[in-house]
Design a binder for this molecule. Structure first.
Ligand code: FEO
Length: 400
């Protein structure tokens, strides 16, 4: 995509990625894509804020070339060192060796370790400003949104907050980069939530601290490093992030995420009975087959809802591995306190529930009930499953 002027002399110069399969080598984006947003301010002094992954570098540098001579670039603001934002740094250094890198103190060691860069690096402090001429940049340290060195940059004249990972989301652009001209806002909101839970949620405390710190700034535009630029209603994405970060305290929406796996259909048969029992209460339930759905898409449901029903057969004396994988990722992402219950089929001795309890203890979730059965559940057992589902839903709704 060509450079796009977002305010006079301030340009989006990002890269739209529709070919990477896994973000961070882990999270699927082959259907949704992602953007690496960078920005250029063309003033008496020129500055680029954030860069891009080492990907389509010709396109990236051609965008800069269409606006200014890169060899005269004065500053590069490195808000965050993760290579999706800094991958082209070495190439930029070759093209513009005299450019000063502005970064947080924590970023200095990372610049050396990731790119061997030690020259022309200037540390900026919390609240410090740098003038470009008509535009002035102010820096705010926002550690752990997403890494410890992360900061945000505020442009004072037009009130633009360059927030890097903060307020970002998956989703490549469809020929449009702004919230007010976006024709599919639901897609970007859903993908912002998935991004939040996949990438940022573990740092929900720092996210709330950052939002607190920025309160009072007259923000006119949120310009993150992934996803839409919010110029019509920047408060919308701030409020969404604030709500999602607030769920880390465990006080989230009533509802059940039903995560199950099934080897030969027996646990799946019970899953339908349990789901029927839950649905009878009117409670929201979202169902995922853990063997066929990447955990990236399951985590947002776990984040939003206050209870989890787990269905899994015993597999070689343990919990069915695809379901175990979801719980392992939930542990890494610190998915907060949930009420949970378990059902599953076994062939001879069982073992899944014993194994599951270890995960639940580590997660500090509350195990409330369980229903195990041997082989194929008969009709009375399925009826038991339906009642089991209703009981759990009522517990979630705190009716019992
Ligand atoms: Fe978009 Fe933490 O990198």
């Amino acid at each position: 995509m060509p450079a796009i002027e977002i305010r006079p002399d301030i340009y989006w110069i990002g890269v739209n990625d529709r070919t990477t399969d896994l973000f961070e080598g882990l999270w699927p984006i082959s259907k949704e894509g992602v953007s690496y947003n960078a920005y250029l301010i063309n003033d008496a002094k020129t500055a680029i804020i954030d860069l891009a992954k080492a990907f389509k570098t010709d396109e990236f540098f051609n965008q800069i070339h269409s606006i200014t001579d890169i060899s005269n670039l004065d500053y590069v603001v490195v808000n965050h060192l993760e290579p999706d934002h800094s991958g082209v740094l070495c190439m930029l250094r070759k093209l513009a060796p005299k450019t000063t890198i502005l970064c947080s103190e924590k970023a200095v060691e990372m610049l050396k370790n990731f790119y061997g860069i030690q020259e022309n690096v200037r540390i900026v402090r919390d609240g410090e400003s740098v003038s470009l001429g008509r535009h002035e940049l102010q820096f705010f340290m926002t550690p752990f949104v997403h890494w410890p060195e992360t900061m945000m940059t505020y442009e004072k004249k037009d009130g633009i907050l360059f927030s890097c990972d903060g307020f970002g989301g998956y989703g490549a652009f469809v020929g449009n980069i702004f919230d007010d001209t976006c024709k599919n806002p639901d897609f970007y909101e859903r993908e912002s939530l998935r991004y939040y839970v996949n990438i940022v949620s573990k740092f929900s405390g720092p996210v709330l601290k950052a939002i607190d710190k920025l309160t009072g700034l007259p923000i006119q535009v949120i310009a993150p490093s992934h996803g839409l630029i919010w110029r019509k209603d920047p408060g919308h994405i701030i409020r969404l992030y604030q709500t999602w970060a607030g769920y880390a305290g465990g006080d989230c929406k009533p509802g059940v995420t039903l995560v199950y796996g099934s080897m030969y259909g027996n646990t799946e048969k019970m899953m339908n009975a349990v789901a029927q029992g839950i649905s009878k209460t009117g409670l929201d339930v979202e169902i995922f087959d853990a063997a066929r759905t990447h955990v990236s898409y399951i985590l947002p449901s776990l984040w939003l809802r206050n209870s989890v029903m787990i269905g899994a057969p015993t597999y070689e004396g343990n919990l069915f591995p695809p379901v175990a994988n979801v719980l392992e990722k939930a542990l890494i992402k610190r998915i907060p306190s949930k009420k949970t219950a378990y059902f599953g089929s076994y062939g001879w001795n069982g073992g899944a529930f014993r194994n599951l309890k270890q995960y639940i203890e580590s997660l500090k979730w509350e195990m409330t009930d369980q229903l195990t059965f041997c082989g194929d559940p008969d009709d009375p057992t399925l009826k038991q499953g339906e009642l089991f589902g209703t009981r759990f839903a009522n517990l979630t709704l705190e009716k019992v």
